[in-house]
Structure formats: structure tokens, C-alpha cells
Design a protein around this ligand. Structure first.
Ligand SMILES: O=C(O)COP(=O)(O)O
Ligand SMILES: [Mg+2]
Length: 233
């Protein structure tokens, strides 16, 4: 099932595959930017351009809020202090209200997940998105049934780039971490996989804080998820 390039560079029969969510399976940017701008407007802060918000996604909602209030990727405490709790509260409500208004699956996502599922590869969804948003989003996009395990950014004591979510996944699925790989769009996915001791495929079309994924030397870069597979008869 796996094409020859992946077979020769990867693992011919992976026991597990971990998928990142935002920027890998789902383009959630429009709904995240919309909720964030509702939050900023309510706090009388200037709204942000979608292209800027895109660079701030990938390290969870609290970090997104801190970045937005600081207007930069490395948040400054004096900028978000005092506003953070209220901003988080407003964002959580706004995002829950329009979680899947304009978000959509990238090309071939459902087909690839379905094929892997039919071939009994254990799939895990490993995101930094809080679990309260992750589960309804998966349900709404009709891909929740493919995952044996779903880990949100607040499900464990540490989120990606910590290796913990991947180590926990392997433990839960009763496999070795090195018997599978991670598929993601951002530095946190690549670093998490390296730290956990497994290979990683990066998608070129995601967010990665506005930086090219090549910089982090993933094991393989793909432009479309269907490159994971070759057609099953
Ligand atoms: O930062 C987020 O909320 C989303 O992160 P993800 O790319 O790990 O799904
Ligand atoms: Mg991502």
C-alpha cells in the first residue's frame, strides 16, 4: 500500500501513525482568525490579518492569545498580563460557537485516513488544540472514527514539542514509538517526533509559523496527503 519511496525510506508496515490536526488535516485558520478577531475587537484591540494569525497557530490556544495580545510570535508578558484571562474566556466562547463554519479538510484527507484504517494501521490524532475543540471538530468533519486515540494540547502534562504525547500514544497502542511515524506541518511536530525517537513526514502546505518546513529536516516532505499511499487495487 505504501509507495516505493516511502517503503525504501520509511517503514514498510508501520504499526501506528500520528497525525497533527491544524495545518495538516484541517485548514482551521479562517475560524481561528475569526474567533481571535472577535476577541480582540471586544477588548478594543486592533484585529489581525489572517496571514499573521496563521503564523501564530501550532502551540495551543493560550500561546495564540499571548501572541495576539503582544502582536508577535514571542509573547511579551507585560503586553498580555491583565488581559489574558478575559481574552481566553472570550476566545473559548467565540471559537466554540463557530468551530467548523469555514474550516475544511485538505485534499484527500478522508480517502487516506480511510485507506489506512481499512489496512488496520493504528491511527492517533495528536494535536496541541485543546480537547474541547478537537473532538467536536473531528466529529463535524466526519473523521473521528478513524482514530484509536485522540490527544489534545491539554490532555497530558506536556504538549508537542515534548515527546510525551507520542510516547503516550505508543504506550496506549501497545507499539514501539519507532515502529510508526508522525505526520505534521510544524516545528513542534518534527521536534516531538525526533525527541520521541520516530520518523516524521512534514506537509508543505501547513502553517509552521511562516517558515519553510525544510529548515527542520523532516525525513520526508509531501505536498499532498495522498503521497502517503499508492492506490489500493
Ligand atoms: O495550536 C493549536 O491549537 C493547533 O495545533 P496543531 O497544529 O498541533 O493541531
Ligand atoms: Mg499543525
Amino acid at each position: 500500500m505504501f509507495n516505493s519511496f516511502i517503503k525504501s525510506h520509511f517503514i514498510s508496515s508501520p504499526k501506528w501513525i500520528g497525525f497533527d490536526l491544524d495545518g495538516t488535516l484541517v485548514n482551521s485558520l479562517p475560524d481561528i482568525a475569526n474567533a481571535l478577531n472577535k476577541t480582540l475587537t471586544q477588548l478594543k484591540q486592533p484585529p489581525k490579518d489572517m496571514e499573521i494569525v496563521k503564523n501564530w497557530i501550532g502551540n495551543g490556544v493560550p500561546m495564540l492569545i499571548k501572541r495576539a495580545l503582544s502582536n508577535q510570535i514571542n509573547p511579551i508578558e507585560s503586553c498580555y498580563q491583565g488581559l489574558f484571562d478575559e481574552a481566553l474566556h472570550i476566545f473559548n466562547q467565540a471559537y466554540q460557537d463557530s468551530l467548523c463554519q469555514d474550516s475544511y479538510l485538505y485534499p484527500n484527507v478522508k480517502e487516506v485516513l480511510n485507506k489506512l484504517y481499512e489496512h488496520h494501521v493504528s491511527l492517533a490524532l495528536i494535536t496541541n488544540k485543546p480537547i474541547e475543540f478537537t473532538l467536536p471538530l473531528l466529529k463535524n468533519l466526519e473523521i473521528e472514527k478513524y482514530f484509536k486515540l485522540v490527544i489534545g494540547g491539554d490532555s497530558l502534562a506536556e504538549k508537542k514539542p515534548s515527546p510525551l504525547p507520542l510516547q503516550y500514544t505508543a504506550e496506549q497502542l501497545s507499539v514501539e514509538v519507532s515502529d510508526g511515524f508522525m505526520v505534521g506541518d510544524s516545528s513542534s511536530d518534527i521536534i516531538s517526533a525526533r525527541n520521541a525517537g520516530c520518523k516524521v513526514i512534514a506537509v508543505s502546505y501547513g502553517y509552521n509559523h511562516g517558515r519553510p518546513v525544510e529548515e527542520l529536516s523532516p525525513d520526508l516532505i509531501i505536498d499532498d496527503l495522498s503521497e502517503l499511499l499508492e492506490a489500493v487495487e
